[in-house]
Design a protein around this ligand. Structure first.
Ligand SMILES: *Cc1c(COP(=O)(O)O)cnc(C)c1O
Length: 369
């Protein structure tokens, strides 16, 4: 039983130490070395795709994907209003504009029915984000994209291992990006990757990741590229993490059943809604307070903090943040989910008793005093 329960915690109890030590002993600490290729291969196999291009974080991976897909000044990309800000920022890095789409009120994810109204002649693509580990409803999104000539780039930063109708995220669009930040399901400290089945796109992404250097001619550059490479040390962590990814995913699934059991008797706590076609990977077990709860969401979180339990609010919708502020924005569902959502501690250090303690504290915290 943990004294103070954190929201997230990495688990490094496999071969992490051994592989990192090997990097140091062999002096292969920079962005060449055997762990990078090994990690890329393991991660591609895990996602069921042909290529994984490892990057130094999830934000650069997403930016690289957009550059690789040809996004540039004047373009628009459809991004969910409810997401982490990196999704929107990467579009701006390209000189393009994110155009926000409202979410489904139950799953937090981009609502396919809200997409078409946001398409303009400038729209180049759509970026479904599998929020908190829940896959988006990809069939209608892909149908719209195909009919309107748009690319689909998955932001799968939070959803390693999640499945849509049996298929792993990462292979459900033209390409996908992942994050391996310290609080994500699989971590390399800082890290990211783009996955794709498209050989030509993969080659372009590799070129752009390494400053655009011509693979046939050293120190010759035909394009402006980036240094978005992952280090061998980070990849060493990644290989060790991938060796036990199935165990990590199985644990999170069981953890969710514990939360489901303990919260089943709380009618004012809305548990994660999982569609029949979805396999949620539970990066975060995120609940919503029923509108009948009279204690404010922030007060509920403050009370839980007082009980030694760290929680986090669901993301602020993009349309309220200064860089993307839009008044009279048509995003009622995102606004409502953001106001009522709380992510509960979700990680592998939690015991059954910890979950009982979190749920008891939550039940206490929503009671009016
Ligand atoms: C974590 C995250 C990212 C960015 O990943 P970093 O590795 O932190 O740069 C992008 N999108 C979403 C939805 C994320 O949760």
């Amino acid at each position: 039983m943990l004294d103070r329960i954190p929201i997230a915690s990495p688990v490094l109890r496999g071969n992490e130490m051994r592989y990192v030590q090997e990097c140091i002993e062999t002096t292969w600490i920079s962005s060449q070395g055997k762990f990078i290729q090994a990690f890329e291969q393991m991660f591609a196999d895990f996602c069921g795709v042909k290529h994984a291009i490892a990057c130094n974080n999830g934000t650069t991976a997403l930016h690289l994907a957009l550059v690789g897909l040809g996004v540039g000044p004047g373009d628009e990309v459809l991004v969910p209003d409810l997401t982490y800000i990196a999704s929107a920022n990467c579009v701006r890095y390209c000189g393009a504009e994110p155009v926000f789409v409202d979410c489904d009120p139950l799953t937090f994810n981009m609502d396919p029915a809200a997409i078409e109204a946001r398409i303009t002649p400038r729209t180049k693509g759509v970026m479904p984000v599998h929020l908190f580990g829940q896959p988006c409803d990809m069939d209608p999104i892909r149908e719209i994209a195909e009919r309107r000539g748009l690319f689909v780039v998955e932001d799968a930063a939070e959803a390693h291992g999640a499945r849509y109708k049996g298929g792993r995220v990462g292979g459900l669009g033209d390409c996908a990006s992942f994050s391996f930040f310290g609080n994500k399901i699989i971590t390399t400290g800082e890290g990211g990757a783009v996955t794709t089945n498209d050989d030509a796109l993969a080659a372009r992404l590799r070129l752009l990741r390494g400053q655009g250097m011509d693979p046939e001619r050293r120190y010759w550059f035909n394009v402006v590229g980036y240094n978005y490479r992952m280090t061998n040390i980070a990849a060493a962590l990644g290989v060790a993490q991938m060796e036990r990814v199935d165990e990590a995913l199985a644990f999170r699934k069981e953890l969710a059943t514990w939360y489901d059991e303990d919260l089943a008797g709380e009618p004012l706590i809305i548990r994660p809604h999982v569609e029949p076609w979805a396999e949620h990977s539970y990066w975060m077990y995120s609940i919503m307070l029923d509108p009948a709860v009279t204690v404010s969401r922030d007060e509920v979180m403050a009370r839980m903090n007082g009980a030694g339990i760290e929680t986090r609010p669901v993301f602020h919708p993009m349309h309220v943040l200064p860089p993307y502020a839009q008044s009279a924005a048509p995003f009622p569902n995102a606004a409502s989910c953001a106001a009522r959502g709380i992510s509960l501690p979700t990680h592998e250090m939690l015991s059954r008793d910890d979950v009982t303690r979190v749920c008891a504290a939550l039940a206490d915290a929503i009671r009016p005093t």
